[in-house]
Design a protein around this ligand. Structure first.
Ligand SMILES: Cc1cc2nc3c(=O)[nH]c(=O)nc-3n(C[C@H](O)[C@H](O)[C@H](O)COP(=O)(O)OP(=O)(O)OC[C@H]3O[C@@H](n4cnc5c(N)ncnc54)[C@H](O)[C@@H]3O)c2cc1C
Length: 563
């Protein structure tokens, strides 16, 4: 048992677990990171990072047999032959879809930090005030001022590129130089601002080193080369991942032990001591069961798996899951609504082109119901657009010869495309639970998912498509198409909630420091902790909440408040 005793345990090594590990180790705690997936070492384990399409057996396409066997993961845009080794195959990790839900997962050291799209916007004060003001979910126990210094803290280490735009609804952060809009994007931005006065699209903020500082070079990371092959793992460490950034920093302290292939089954509740003492683990390969112990436990298995672990952590004291006297564990799960897309042709600028690639788009913070309730739906959506020139190979009808060559030496017309990221409202009926009879290959109950859109989401999609069309028309875009993909929840990969933060143990599981009300040495700092979803990409908020929670947990430990 002694050899299995640590100061802290972190479950999961993805974006939030990497941050928990770094902070705990740097504060001097002997920390064990338990990761269900295999080891992935930065650079060494990125087998396709410099491959060309012709180096791959299927020229970077997924064969039909794989598509048929794994329909869920195949719906993820980032899943291809060059990235498939970082994604979970449906066939190997079953779950129960009581309602259609595309659960996209990355089980390996680094989790989804290797395959995320790296967009990172801060929440504004309006996002934290939302549920309290509008009367849904529960009031957040924190406000923007509580988290702002922690956003700065993580942004400096991660390296976020962005422009200082001074928008109230999208606070600026600690930015490296921003990516640039192309000429048509600038023109569209200008025309929309002129038409509306207050709809200011700005260049996206993302976790790419446009100009690394010493703090990034010290991590062994270098400048982003805009290869746009990020999902393979970056040979330059140009974007933020746990593997390139937080885990090496944790290891540098000498306080980190990382144990891959360790599937956490549940948190151990010691009835005699009246506290959580550790976790049960099933070895992924040998299926052998083990236990590890620590003074403080951080759950960072990503939203739905953290819910699963807690629901599976039953004891005489907590027959319905750890800390779940209220019965709300697993409920009030929400996500982001990505269903609406539109776009069209942009006339003019035919003598202009742009150079290179860029890992972000142009974005407009939510403009609906910001300061008061105005619409017949709750909350709103963020909008993104980008512009580019179409196909160099667009002249297939021209006969071979000089004419063909000339035709294919001209880029096609300009297009603009737009997409939404809508807030969804956490509801008791959007929930996960444990299957009473089905188990996964490690003997753990399978997760049952009951999550769906509602009328509010339908209204948001409709409003986005109408507003998007109006904005693009005013910007001079023609031949506008609009599409509601009706994609299932889950494909946004921004699932949040189930173990929400709040003030009252009767209506929330965690307090304002992500600490379980009823198991004070257990912290949840991944998406499961989120009380509402906002309209921003969520991971930078998980990072900030994690660093803040570790700071608090270690102070409490030192005060002897977590015995
Ligand atoms: C294609 C794609 C694009 C995305 N784009 C963005 C974006 O632009 N911006 C943004 O903010 N977010 C984006 N996301 C979402 C982002 O990846 C997640 O929000 C983020 O990774 C969540 O961090 P996490 O630590 O909670 O989970 P993860 O990074 O998923 O890490 C969880 C870890 O826990 C491990 N684990 C799970 N269960 C157990 C268990 N029982 N025992 C032990 N270990 C376990 C997993 O193997 C994994 O390594 C994107 C995701 C994908 C896939």
């Amino acid at each position: 048992m002694n050899s299995h005793q640590y100061d802290a345990i972190v479950v999961g090594s993805g974006i939030s677990g990497g941050w928990a590990a770094k902070e705990l180790c740097e504060k001097g705690l002997k920390t064990l990171v338990l990761e269900r997936g295999r080891q992935v070492e930065h650079l060494k384990d990125y087998p396709t990072m410099t491959a060309n399409a012709w180096d791959m057996p299927h020229r970077n396409r997924i064969p039909l047999a794989d598509e048929l066997e794994n329909p869920v993961v195949n719906r993820c845009y980032a899943y291809a032959e060059d990235t498939q080794h970082f994604f979970v195959k449906d066939s190997e990790h079953p779950y129960v879809q009581n309602k259609p839900f595309d659960w996209i997962r990355g089980y390996q050291v680094g989790g989804k930090s290797l395959i995320w799209a790296r967009q990172t916007q801060r929440w504004s004060k309006y996002d934290f005030e939302g549920p309290g003001r509008d009367g849904f979910a529960v009031d957040w126990p924190i406000r923007y001022e509580d988290i702002a210094p922690w956003y700065s803290y993580v942004e400096r280490f991660v390296g976020i590129s962005g422009n200082y735009d001074g928008l109230e609804t999208l606070p600026d952060g600690e930015f490296l130089p921003a990516w640039e809009m192309n000429c048509v994007e600038k023109e569209v931005q200008k025309r929309i601002l002129e038409a509306y006065g207050d709809r200011k699209f700005v260049i996206g903020r993302c976790a790419h080193l446009t100009q690394p500082k010493d703090v990034h070079l010290a991590q062994g990371r270098g400048q982003c080369q805009a290869r746009n092959q990020c999902y393979r793992g970056c040979p330059f460490g140009g974007y933020f991942s746990s593997n390139s950034s937080t885990l090496p920093a944790a290891a540098k302290t000498g306080n980190l032990t990382i144990r891959p292939d360790s599937v956490v089954h549940s948190v151990i509740w010691d009835e005699a001591k009246g506290k959580a003492t550790g976790v049960r683990v099933i070895d992924r390969v040998t299926k052998e069961a083990t236990e590890y112990f620590a003074k403080v436990i951080f759950l960072n298995a990503a939203c739905l798996n953290t819910n699963l672990i807690l629901l599976n952590s039953t004891s005489s004291r907590f027959p319905n899951g750890l800390g779940n006297d209220s019965g709300i564990l697993g409920k009030y799960i929400a996500f982001h609504n990505y269903r609406g897309t539109l776009g069209g042709r942009f006339e003019g600028f035919e003598d202009k082109y742009y150079y290179g690639r860029r890992p972000t788009a142009v974005m407009l913070p939510n403009f609906r119901n910001v300061k008061k309730q105005e619409m017949d739906f709750l909350r709103g959506y963020m909008s993104f657009y980008s512009a580019g020139r179409g196909g160099w190979g667009g002249s297939r009808d021209v006969p071979f010869g000089a004419e063909f060559k000339a035709a294919n030496s001209e880029p096609g017309p300009w297009w603009v495309s737009m997409m939404m990221q809508g807030e969804t409202i956490p509801k008791e009926t959007n929930l996960v639970s444990l299957s009473p009879d089905l188990k996964d290959p490690w003997g753990i109950p399978q997760l049952q998912i009951d999550i769906a859109y509602d009328d509010n989401d339908e209204k948001i999609v409709k409003d986005f498509l109408e507003q998007g069309e109006e904005m693009l028309s005013k910007a001079g875009v023609t031949n506008i198409y609009k599409n509601d993909s009706k994609q299932a929840p889950g494909l946004d990969i921004h699932e949040m909630g189930g173990v929400r933060m709040g003030r009252d143990p009767k209506t929330s599981l965690l307090n304002g420091f992500n600490q379980m009300h009823l198991a004070p040495n257990v912290f949840v700092t991944d998406g499961a902790a989120m009380t509402s979803t906002g309209t921003q990409n969520p991971s930078i908020t998980y990072m900030a909440l994690t660093a803040r929670a570790v700071d608090y947990a270690v102070r409490e430990l030192k005060k002897g408040n977590m015995k």
